[in-house]
Design a protein around this ligand. Sequence first.
Ligand SMILES: *Cc1c(COP(=O)(O)O)cnc(C)c1O
Length: 393
Amino acid sequence: MSRSPSDRTRLIRSATRKPTEGRRPVNPPIERASTLLNPSASTLRDPSLGPVYGIDGMTVQHELRALIAEMEGAIDAWLTPTGLAAVTIPLLALTRPGDTVVATDAAYGPSRRFLDRHMAARGVTTRYHPADATTDQIIGAMDGAKLLLIESPASLTFEMIDVPAVAAAAREKGVLTVMDNTWAAGLAFRPLAHGVDVSVQAISKYAAGHSDLLMGAVAVSDARIGKAIFNTIEDMGWHTAPDEAWLALRGLRTLPLRMNEHARSALQVAAWLQDRPEVARVLYPPLPGSVGHDLWARDYAGAAGLMGVVFNGGSEADAEALLDALTLFGLGYSWGGFESLATHETSQMTLRRHAPALKGPLIRLHIGLEDPADLMADLDQALTGWRSRSYPA
Ligand SMILES: *Cc1c(COP(=O)(O)O)cnc(C)c1O
């Protein structure tokens, strides 16, 4: 084949491989196993016969790992029980007591809790840079550090980091880089190709795509770092169930199509919201004028449907009433499924050292695969209610 296949093709072609013998279904079997039986005593520990024990993973986990590694441009990828574990495993694997980690002040809340509680108790200190720090400030903050945890766009406020510049500076200083790439789903942005050492994402979000499982993935481009990651997974005894790996593999086949639709609808909704008088700012890097737009336009090939909306005044109670008035948005955590979701997030800002000054409440929207015209009609009726409550005549 003369052209290199696009993502849509690459995520499907492994399913159509011709069987080496006989026929086989398109999708791998779900093999539930702890014990695997051997032909004879002499083969009990023979790795050439495949997994020795269920924890090594069966066909479906291996196919999923290979597909994620291909998508990420990695030499290898591992599955983790949750997206959070995909963040914590490299932090555990690559630091020792006395080390310093640098992270954005806008890091995903549970990652931050892990740094502040578990890592601090192990003698690893975290230095938080402001979410809107300049590239030079982030590079300066890495002096003497062991590892930089990158999250771009950042959680809830969507600031972007110049990843190629920061990763190159980290290499020069001997600082390892781990990027939580959940927003880009390993597809809209490829951290390893931009010099990042470890790319992690919550498979629970877009790869799974249907809000029905929890899983994470860790991808690497360096064998030594990979070995440290694998050893930690093995030492901790972490495993991912075949049923969930099967669902995630099914989800990945259609990831590029779904993400394109999420991104297309989200940009329409974001632009419409930005023009509303009730809205102070839409935090969505693909939207021209949004925080992070220039870096997104330079480095990203696509986008998620997740955005922040900052209101023009109003109270937390007004924001709750607005969410209650929505009829097409579910109220709940996580995102990346087919359905639209909304949460209010102002209270999360109190966790930050350098909290941003917001004009009003902050809500988070995930734009699902519904018709965006219907979503805007729903937001319109809820915003009309907001006007009568928050701006009385
Ligand atoms: C959701 C999320 C995670 C964690 O994923 P889970 O599978 O829910 O544990 C990690 N990082 C980011 C940025 C997320 O949005």
